[in-house]
Design a protein around this ligand. Structure first.
Ligand code: CA
Length: 217
């Protein structure tokens, strides 16, 4: 999962980015609203964490413009707990909001929740027959036994599971799983997929030649 954080307080931005990377998200950042909207419009993020008071373009303008082209889930960070502010955020198309200062664990839970809702999965656990994925614990079981996946393998499996029934192209996987600072080696994806199949079962992820990968509904 790839997340964009738009926040102009350098320390908060650094801390948020670090916390999200520790949770194995790919993270891009912007310190200005105009820089943020450029990134948000040119990349399909899985979620955006958006501060309200920003230089260049404020959070409201950002959101109004984003919603013209994209349904990316947005969690707004507001410094003011005034009810009109919250109402405005939800009316403008925010999916959730948090009032600063907030608890990091709560932010992480809300991000998981808006990503899950955006993919149409109400259940926190993703069930694929005898394979169970728990995004809260980032854990996987197969026929009741724990499967040990690397962070990257887990991210690939979770992403394909959220999109199950649809073919996901290699380009889309790279876009959602690697951030702007990472080198993307094209053969790496195959290595991860091979390893996931070996650890779970060979047909857990199917290949559509020339198109990409998918998990059956
Ligand atoms: Ca701010």
């Amino acid at each position: 999962m790839r997340i964009l954080i738009v926040e102009d307080e350098p320390r908060l931005l650094r801390n948020l980015a670090r916390a999200l990377r520790e949770e194995e998200y790919a993270v891009d950042t912007a310190e200005r609203g105009d820089e943020g909207i450029f990134k948000a419009e040119s990349c399909n993020y899985d979620a955006i964490v958006l501060d309200v008071m920003l230089p260049g373009m404020d959070g409201w303008q950002f959101l109004t413009r984003l919603r013209k082209t994209k349904q990316t889930p947005v969690l707004m960070l507001t410094a003011r707990d005034a009810p009109p502010d919250r109402v405005r955020g939800l009316d403008t198309g925010a999916d959730d909001y948090l009032v600063k200062p907030f608890d990091l664990a709560e932010l992480l839970a809300r991000i998981r929740s808006i990503i899950r809702r955006a993919s149409g999965n109400a259940n926190p656990c993703l069930e694929l027959g005898d394979v169970m994925i728990d995004p809260r614990a980032r854990s996987v079981t197969f026929a009741g036994d724990a499967v040990t996946l690397t962070a990257r393998e887990y991210s690939i499996l979770e992403y394909l599971a959220l999109q199950r029934g649809h073919v996901v192209t290699r380009t889309e996987l790279y876009e959602h799983l690697f951030d702007e600072n990472e080198d993307t080696l094209s053969n790496l994806l195959d290595v991860h997929i091979f390893s996931i199949r070996k650890k779970i079962r060979p047909d857990i992820i199917k290949t559509r030649r020339g198109d990409g990968y998918y998990i059956e509904e």
